[in-house]
Design a binder for this molecule. Structure first.
Ligand SMILES: Cc1cc2nc3c(=O)[nH]c(=O)nc-3n(C[C@H](O)[C@H](O)[C@H](O)COP(=O)(O)O)c2cc1C
Length: 189
């Protein structure tokens, strides 16, 4: 069966760099045989603030939780906002608390590709580290290669939306390969 990969990320800005980079990883995974689904900035913006006190869920919240439940891997992209993740992306991650009591708890055994776009190197590195901490908290496996771009100094996409930076393209290809080749041998309980 094809690996199912969910992408999550982006901002209110159409074609934000974090969204495009996540889509690039998904496209590369598709070429390697995966089925993918993207939750972009507008999709994340449609999620109400996660409220752990309330069991009510909107159709949009249910759709994201269900997609992640069925996924074999995740790709998460965020802009660096004030030295960390955007609230939009963090709100979506917090919603996945709903998977805490699943047979597969949170992201147990899942590879997770991580991408940050920031206007400086410092926020890129700090935010990538924060994302890795989140993946560990959610019992997932951050891929060895993470991607932090500096959107002032690097312009990965041309005017037609094609990926034109060879270095970033190589990192995306490597991340996709690491996601697609990841496997964990389950030790029986
Ligand atoms: C509210 C806000 C806060 C930001 N904070 C930082 C920051 O702390 N450090 C930084 O390098 N860039 C910061 N930026 C710039 C964004 O990280 C940068 O423009 C990024 O490339 C946007 O990604 P996007 O194309 O996915 O929207 C901030 C931008 C906004 C709108």
């Amino acid at each position: 069966m094809a690996r199912r990969i969910v992408g999550l990320g982006g901002t209110f800005r159409p074609n934000s760099s974090s969204e495009r980079l996540v889509r690039s990883v998904l496209t590369t995974c598709e070429a390697l045989g995966a089925e993918t689904r993207m939750f972009d900035g507008p999709a994340l913006a449609a999620l109400p603030h996660f409220n752990p006190e309330s069991p009510e869920r909107t159709p949009e919240q249910t759709a994201l939780v269900q997609a992640v439940r069925q996924a074999d891997a995740l790709v998460i992209g965020t802009p660096g906002y004030h030295g960390g993740l955007s609230g939009l992306v963090k709100n979506a991650i917090d919603l996945l608390e709903d998977t805490r009591t699943d047979a597969r708890v949170y992201w147990d055994g899942m590879p997770v590709g991580l991408i940050v776009s920031a206007a400086g190197w410092q926020a890129g590195g700090v935010t990538l580290g924060a994302l890795r901490g989140i993946v560990h908290a959610m019992r997932g496996w951050p891929t060895p290669v993470g991607l932090a771009i500096n959107s002032i100094e690097q312009k990965p996409f041309g005017p037609d939306g094609a990926l034109v930076d060879d270095g970033i393209a190589a990192q995306i290809a490597l991340m996709a390969r690491q996601i697609m080749s990841f496997s964990l041998e389950k030790i029986p309980a």
